[in-house]
Design a protein around this ligand. Structure first.
Ligand code: AMP
Ligand code: ZN
Length: 135
């Protein structure tokens, strides 16, 4: 646990949260922003900054919890899809430095636009592949 981390404080019960799901390794609760109905955050019960440093056991548990909650939203709560995303690093717009995956439950007529809409990025894919391929 990290004393200065608001999500660690949520895990310790020092800050209230609207719990959605919990297991041995993970905890999920509603995002406070109220931007999307049902916007959910899934976090590991141990403090890691993001996907770049998270231990595999916790990272696997978090993504399994994301699947469990997403299936619940689609099978039992009237949604037909989910957006799942994660920001890792300040440059990637991460604002709370405790690993979390976002789930936004969706219906086809909700009017939301969650995916990025950047346009005009002209790239030579073979050049990008030469730089980015994992070898
Ligand atoms: P990110 O920008 O990916 O780091 O996302 C951080 C998210 O945490 C934002 O969507 C915030 O609305 C959310 N958040 C911050 N503080 C709280 C809190 N106390 N309870 C629930 N969600 C929070
Ligand atoms: Zn933390």
């Amino acid at each position: 646990m990290n004393d200065n981390c608001i999500f660690c404080k949520i895990l310790k019960g020092e800050i209230p949260s609207a719990k959605i799901y919990e297991d041995e390794y993970t905890y999920a609760f509603l995002d406070i922003s109220g931007d999307f109905y049902g916007h959910t955050l899934v976090i590991p019960k141990q403090h890691f900054e993001n996907v770049l440093d998270c231990e595999t056991t916790y990272l696997n548990a978090v993504i399994n919890a994301v699947q469990t909650i997403s299936n619940h939203y689609v099978n039992n709560c009237g949604f037909s899809g989910v957006n799942v995303f994660n920001n890792s690093g300040a440059s990637a717009e991460q604002s709370v430095m405790h690993l979390h995956f976002h789930i936004v439950p969706r219906t086809s007529n909700d009017g939301y636009h969650v995916s990025p809409t950047n346009e005009g990025v002209k790239v030579d894919l073979s050049e990008v592949k030469a730089k980015l391929e994992v070898k």
